[in-house]
Every structure is written in C-alpha cells, then in structure tokens.
Design a protein around this ligand. Structure first.
Ligand SMILES: O=c1ccn([C@@H]2O[C@H](COP(=O)(O)OP(=O)(O)O[C@H]3O[C@H](CO)[C@@H](O)[C@H](O)[C@H]3O)[C@@H](O)[C@H]2O)c(=O)[nH]1
Length: 408
C-alpha cells in the first residue's frame, strides 16, 4: 500500500496501529510505522493501554514526529481465571477494548485523513471495527509465513481433525513449507479444549476480512511459504515486508550493561550469546545444566541473559564469580542487536522468537535453536531443517538438555 493508494479526500493519510502488549509484537510494528512515516507521506497513531510496560511506552515515545500515542484505560479482567493462557488474556483484553478503540477512531476520523487500521496478529476482532468506520483493515503478522499459513488454515484444520493435533499420524503439510509434526504446532493449539485454542480459532477465522496482511518475512528466507501464500486467491493480499529489525542504533540499545565494551575485548567469533527473549524462562534444573555445561566448555565465552528480576539467584552458587573470566552475565535488558552485529559474536543460543531469529539471520550469526513456547518450535523446524542456519541440542528422556550435550 502506498500513500496514493491510501486515497482519502485531502490531507496526509493517517494510519492507526493497534499493538498488543509484548516487545516481540511492538518492536516490529514500531519499526514498520517508523519506516512508513519517514519514507512516505503518512502520519500515524498507536493505540495502546495502561497495561503496556514502561519500556514499551519508552519505545513508542522515541518514535519520530508524525507518530502519536493514545493510551486507553485498562479493561477489567477480574473474571478471567488466573491460570488462563496468554492468548486468552490478550484476546479478552482486545475484545473489551473495542468500544474505546471505536471512540478513538471516531475522533481521528474527524481530525485526520484516517485511511487504515493495522493491528498485530491478535487483531482479528479489530478488522470488523475498521470496516465500520470505512477504513481499510490490515494485519501485521509478526512471525513466519509458515505460521501465517497455519493461521489462515486453522478453521479448515479444525473442521477436519478430531482429537489433538499432536496425535495426528501424518505430518502436517502447509503449502510451500517443510512438513511438521502436530506436536511442533504452536503451543496454544495443543490443547483444543482450552479457551486459548477457541480464541485463536476465532481470531484466525477473521483474518480473511483483512484488506491485506503485512508479513515480517521475506522470499529469500521463506520462498516456498510466501509464494504459496501469495498465489492462493482465497487469501487477502500478502505483503512480505521483512526483515523489519532494528539497526542497533536505538536509545534502548545503549550499552548500560557493559556488554559491548566486554565484547570489544574478546577474540573474533569466539562468543556465544545466550538469550531467551523478552519473556523466556527455564526450569531451575535446566538453567543449572546450561550454566554448568557452559563452564565446562572452557574456551570461548558467553554473554548470558535472563529476563527475571533477579536472575543471579537462579544460577548455581558461586557461578558468576567462577565464570568471571569466561563470560559475562547480564541481569536484564541487553542491547541484543548490537551484540549480534559485533564481530566477537560467533553464535546465538536463542528461544527462536521471530525477531531474534531475523536479527541473527540479518547479521549472519548461526543459531542454536532452543524453542520454549508460542510458535517457537515451528520457527526452530524452519531454521534447522529448512533454512539450515541453526542446530538443535539433543534433549534427554527427562526433557532436559544435559551439561554434556553442551560440550564443544
Ligand atoms: O535483553 C533483551 C531481550 C530482548 N531484546 C529484543 O526483544 C525482541 C524479542 O523478540 P523475539 O525474539 O521475537 O521474542 P519474544 O519477545 O519472546 O517474542 C514474542 O513474539 C514473537 C513475534 O511474534 C514470537 O516469535 C515469539 O514466539 C513470542 O514469544 C528482539 O527484538 C530482541 O532483540 C533485547 O533487545 N534485549
């Protein structure tokens, strides 16, 4: 879509972006908005909520002029069970926020040349609202073409399948994609009785209402999937706009952790960077095996990142002290893009979040795939078996990757 195509009767075309909370969604959506505003005659409003974290709001505050942010009051989730899965919580919040979203759209319709709404992958319900206001509804899909293919086929797959997908005897063949075991499909569809599954089904069945879907991937990486998605006349227009990754020059990437200064001192290609994204955690037993395996590896060094409030408390006693010369442990947010593009970094042990995967591919860093949740197992299959830019550690019968398997 370009500015001319956006149409409207006068004034700079204005877009509304509707992200759900979570850095993995916000970072690429913000990157997309930034490029549209800087390279096209477009202005934009992000609609967020009180529930967005400080660092998420800071990221939006740093966007260029021409991008505003409207913060909606929190919706009540008192009736949502405390053990509800993230996909349920996000979908319920998204639906309950719709009246307030309508209010903002109504105002923007009066004051701007509002032409389109772009929501992230949980935005199925907002597509209908955009149509109510006579503006074009788009999805920005923050992960792979392979996952998008699954989302678009989920209603069909649901109708054809009884029982759980993980018990299907045959591989699942999404068009143009490497075949998958049912157990590799994304986590929230692994239990079809769980509400999270019903919500994803409801979300994905609305995808065909979209005027188009922006996909954060590219043909050089997922040629088969993207060609099949674009060739299917039943799909909305697919725009493969990836890889949309930050360049490492952002304020959020400043080196308060000392990572870059430490990397400057290490030999070229010698460092393994370990990070499980903005929300990944490991069971204590696995974290201990990983830490001890790393120490046993001896030569080579690691940046080790963990996103808990007090990650050091989870490491084996004395670990930080004993590994001081071997590597660096960072307690919170690390300047990941700066680390990946540093010449000392030779590998990345990652949870296979799609932004991390793209950042690694863009900077030519081979990966060790350690998927944890969401669609990460699917991403791992793609990276290991199809694109062949990652290896996968062997898991023992107890589901743990032992320290020996970590040896160089
Ligand atoms: O210390 C840190 C930790 C993370 N990041 C950045 O945060 C983003 C993390 O994104 P991603 O790698 O995609 O992980 P998640 O935040 O876990 O992403 C969620 O959203 C992704 C996109 O939909 C999905 O692929 C994942 O499975 C889902 O968990 C990346 O840009 C990282 O560079 C940092 O800069 N520093």
């Amino acid at each position: 879509m370009d500015a001319a195509d956006a149409g409207g009767d006068g004034g700079v075309p204005h877009l509304v972006f509707l992200p759900t909370p979570g850095m993995g969604h916000l970072i690429p959506l913000a990157e997309f908005a930034k490029r549209l505003v800087l390279h096209h005659r477009i202005t934009a409003t992000f609609i967020t909520g009180d529930v967005f974290s400080k660092s998420q709001m800071a990221l939006l505050d740093r966007l260029p002029r021409g991008i505003e942010n409207v913060v909606l009051p929190d919706v009540s989730l008192d009736d949502v069970p405390s053990n509800a899965k993230a996909e349920t919580v996000i979908s319920v919040s998204a639906v309950r926020a719709l009246p307030a979203v309508r209010g903002v759209l109504g105002e923007l319709k009066k004051t701007t040349n509002l032409v389109a709404l772009v929501s992230d992958l949980f935005g199925g319900f907002a597509l209908e609202v955009a149509r109510e206001f006579g503006i074009r509804p788009y999805i920005f899909f923050t992960t792979t073409g392979m996952s998008l293919s699954l989302f678009l086929r989920l209603p069909e797959l649901d109708a054809q399948t009884s029982g759980e997908y993980r018990d299907l005897p045959d591989l699942i063949r999404l068009p143009g994609c490497i075949p998958l075991h049912g157990s590799d499909l994304l986590d929230p569809i692994q239990d079809r009785k769980n509400e999270a599954y019903t919500w994803l089904l409801r979300q994905s069945s609305r995808y065909r209402l979209a005027a188009g879907i922006f996909l954060n991937s590219f043909e050089g990486l997922e040629g088969g999937a993207i060609r099949a998605l674009t060739a299917d006349p039943g799909n909305p227009t697919i725009y493969p706009v990836g890889p949309l990754v930050r360049n490492g020059g952002e304020e959020s990437d400043r080196d308060s952790s000392g990572c870059v200064a430490w990397l400057d001192e290490q030999p070229r290609g010698s460092v393994l960077f370990v990070s499980f994204g903005s929300g990944g955690t490991l069971p204590l037993e696995q974290l201990t095996e990983l830490a001890l395996g790393w120490r046993r590896a001896g030569s080579g060094s690691s940046g080790f990142v963990h996103s808990s409030n007090d990650p050091f408390a989870f490491l084996p006693e004395g670990f930080v002290e004993r590994t001081k010369r071997l590597g660096l442990v960072v307690s919170s947010w690390a300047p990941q893009v700066k680390i990946l593009r540093h010449e000392s970094t030779g590998g990345f042990l990652t949870h296979c979040g799609w932004n991390s995967s793209l950042e690694s591919v863009v900077h030519g860093v081979p990966m060790i795939a350690w998927p944890l949740y969401a669609e990460q197992k699917m991403n791992a299959v793609l990276l290991v078996e199809d694109v062949k830019v990652a290896l996968r550690p062997r898991t023992g019968e107890d589901g743990i990757v032992g320290r020996g398997r970590w040896r160089k």
